[in-house]
Design a protein around this ligand. Structure first.
Ligand code: HEC
Length: 301
């Protein structure tokens, strides 16, 4: 541990020039708000995440015991840290700078907001403002995405609605990504599309995309802004691909395959070698026994 801090300390000199400057956060990022209200349960979860990901450098909030780097990781309870807007806080954690790592590939947006909720607990003056992007007064669980196929336009149609006071309403301005499921992972189809005032987004679908043997394609739609919509996604299967025979992964000979696909000469060679080794072991044991026996017989006592 000591050695690691020393290494970080030395490395920090190289970053000094860059980090002495003000950390500028783009205005639209700075204005971002958490999609959910900070509560005791988000603070508790955030505390665990902080201890796991941040404490090693930033120390315990309010104790001024951060690791000595240049520039020093600010104490999370300090004025320097707390004067960040929620959006700026989020941006700095996601992007990182110098020795401050980027967490956007490590922590989900939800987890990052939970850490922020925990750290805001060390600021008495803080009053939270919650984002209401999906639609005012709507909880994120009530957002529904419906997929359908427009046969005339040859496009995939996604309709996003949310439930408000018992009534379904279109959600405008939601950025969506569409994926087709492949063997391993998902393939993004078309670019990011935004819902119009009817809550509808249309995706161009390539006419040549292979489906399964009957042309079925499994589609997945997700909002790009996880922070505003939560980790919601919708799956649908549609008959819009080119029927393609996809051989099962173990159809041909491969390392992970079953016995009956291995060639007979390989099986025989293998069996023969194993038998030969065993025969040798048994032979050596027998010889040893003979040796012991004759030793006993010739023992003068
Ligand atoms: C490897 C050490 C390290 C880890 C781990 C780390 N930080 Fe940092 N952090 C730093 C350093 C160094 C800075 C100062 C960077 C600068 O100003 O250029 C910093 C700066 C910050 C800032 C900006 C403060 C300001 O000046 O406005 C925030 C916010 C922050 N860290 C939050 C976090 C959170 C939350 C975590 C955990 C998810 C975390 N950090 C994990 C080293 C670390």
């Amino acid at each position: 541990m000591k050695r690691i801090s020393l290494l970080l300390y030395i490395l920090s000199f190289f970053d000094f020039a860059a980090s002495a400057q003000e950390w500028i956060v783009p205005a639209e990022n700075g204005a971002k708000l958490s999609p959910f209200a900070f509560t005791d349960s988000t603070r508790k979860a955030g505390g665990d995440l902080f201890n796991l990901n941040c404490k090693a450098c930033h120390g315990d909030p309010g104790k001024n015991n951060s690791v000595k780097l240049i520039p020093p990781p600010p104490d999370p309870a300090s004025e320097k840290m707390q004067k960040n807007s929620d959006g700026a806080f989020f941006y700095k954690v996601a992007e990182g700078r110098g020795l401050m790592p980027s967490f956007k590939n490590t922590l989900s947006a939800t987890d990052t907001w939970k850490i922020i909720s925990y750290l805001r607990g060390f600021n008495d003056k803080y009053v939270q403002e919650v984002a209401q992007k999906a639609a005012p007064g709507v909880t994120l669980e009530q957002v529904t995405m419906l997929l359908s196929w427009d046969n005339e336009k040859k496009q995939v149609k996604v309709a996003v609605t949310s439930l408000k006071e018992g009534v379904r309403q279109p959600v405008a301005g939601a950025e969506l990504k569409l994926f087709a499921q492949r063997y391993f992972g998902n393939l993004q189809v078309d670019e990011v599309r935004t819902t119009d005032n009817q809550g509808v987004a249309l995706f161009n679908f390539p006419a040549t995309l292979p489906g399964d043997s009957t042309g079925m394609v499994q589609l997945l739609v997700k909002p790009t802004d996880e922070a505003a919509f939560g980790e919601t996604k919708t799956l649908a299967t549609m008959k819009i691909g080119i029927p393609t025979y996809r051989p099962p992964l173990n159809e041909q000979r491969a390392l992970w395959n079953v016995n009956k696909k291995s060639p007979i000469w390989l099986l025989l060679t293998y069996l023969f070698s194993v038998l030969a080794v065993w025969a040798l072991i048994v032979y050596v044991m027998l010889q040893l026994r003979i040796l012991f026996k004759s030793g006993e017989e010739n023992d003068p006592e």
